[in-house]
Design a protein around this ligand. Structure first.
Ligand code: 6GU
Length: 240
C-alpha cells in the first residue's frame, strides 16, 4: 500500500516512523510519504490560508496549494482522498478493513475551519473523496486523526502485525468490546483472576469471555449492542 499525507505540520507525522508502522515501512509493506503543503505555494510568504468569504472567525485554506499538492501525489489511478474533519463520517473498524484493501490512500490535513470546499468538489474528478471524523469532539487539525487512521489501517495489512490471530479476538472485530485480560500472578494485592481461567476447560473459558464481552458492551457501549445482528446471538448470549 502507498500512503501520502499532506500537512502544514509534517513533524506531527514523525510518529509514523516508530513501532509497527515504522517497521512495516522498513520492511517494504507500506510506502508512506509526508509532504509539506507550503512546498506547493508560489508566493514569497508560502501562504496557505486566507479569510473566509461571508465573514466569520478563523481562516480557510486556499485552494491553489492543495490542487498542486494533490496533483503531485496522485500518480495515475483514482486514490482514496481522506479528509479528516469533525464534519466527516465517523471512522470505524469496518472502514479500516475496507481501506486496508486499497492501493493508494492520500490524506489532506486541514485546520479545523477547513479547506476551501471547492478543493473537495474538484478532487471528486480524480479521487474517491472521503471526509472522516474520529468522533464528536474537535481537534485543531487533521494530523492526529491521520495518525489514528493510518495506524488502524496499516496494522491490518498482511505481515504488519506479527501474530494475525491477535486481529481476530479484539474489540470491534465482532461488533463487541474485547473481554478483560489477565496475566501472572493469579493473585495480586488481594485481587484474584476469574477462577474459570485456571480451569483448563476451553469451552467454559470461551463462554466466560463471551459473557464478559456482552456485559462490558452493554455497560459501556449500549449503542453497539443495538447494532448487533440478533442472528449472531445464541441462547446463552441472550441470558447475559
Ligand atoms: Cl478527523 N479532524 C478534526 N480536526 N477534528 C476532529 C476529527 C478530525 N475527528 C474528531 N474531531
Amino acid at each position: 500500500m502507498r500512503i501520502d499525507v499532506v500537512s502544514i505540520f509534517p513533524e506531527y507525522l514523525e510518529a509514523l516512523n516508530l513501532s509497527l508502522i515504522g517497521k512495516a515501512r522498513n520492511d517494504g509493506l507500506l510506502t508512506l510519504e509526508v509532504h509539506n503543503l507550503r512546498d506547493f505555494t508560489t508566493d514569497r510568504h508560502r501562504t496557505v490560508d486566507d479569510t473566509p468569504y461571508g465573514g466569520g472567525a478563523g481562516m480557510v485554506m486556499k485552494p491553489e496549494p492543495w490542487a498542486q499538492a494533490l496533483e503531485t501525489v496522485r500518480e495515475n489511478k483514482r486514490p482514496v482522498l481522506i479528509v479528516p474533519s469533525p464534519a466527516g463520517t465517523v471512522f470505524t473498524q469496518a472502514m479500516a478493513s475496507t481501506l486496508a484493501q486499497e492501493d493508494h490512500l492520500v490524506f489532506a490535513c486541514g485546520r479545523y475551519e477547513g479547506i476551501d470546499e471547492r478543493v473537495l468538489d474538484w478532487a471528486e474528478g480524480s479521487f474517491d473523496v472521503l471526509p472522516l471524523s474520529l468522533g464528536d469532539y474537535v481537534l485543531n487539525g487533521g494530523e492526529v486523526a491521520v495518525l489514528a487512521i493510518v495506524e488502524a489501517v496499516a496494522r491490518l495489512l498482511p505481515g504488519v502485525v506479527g501474530n494475525p490471530e491477535s486481529l481476530v479476538e479484539e474489540s470491534h472485530s465482532d461488533g463487541l468490546l474485547e473481554y478483560p485480560v489477565y496475566t501472572k500472578p493469579s493473585s495480586w494485592r488481594n485481587l484474584n483472576i476469574p477462577e474459570v481461567l485456571l480451569s483448563g476447560n476451553h469451552a467454559r473459558i470461551a463462554r466466560h469471555r463471551r459473557d464478559e464481552q456482552l456485559r462490558r458492551t452493554a455497560l459501556r457501549r449500549p449503542d453497539l449492542l443495538e447494532k448487533l445482528d440478533p442472528a449472531g446471538l445464541d441462547a446463552a448470549d441472550r441470558a447475559v
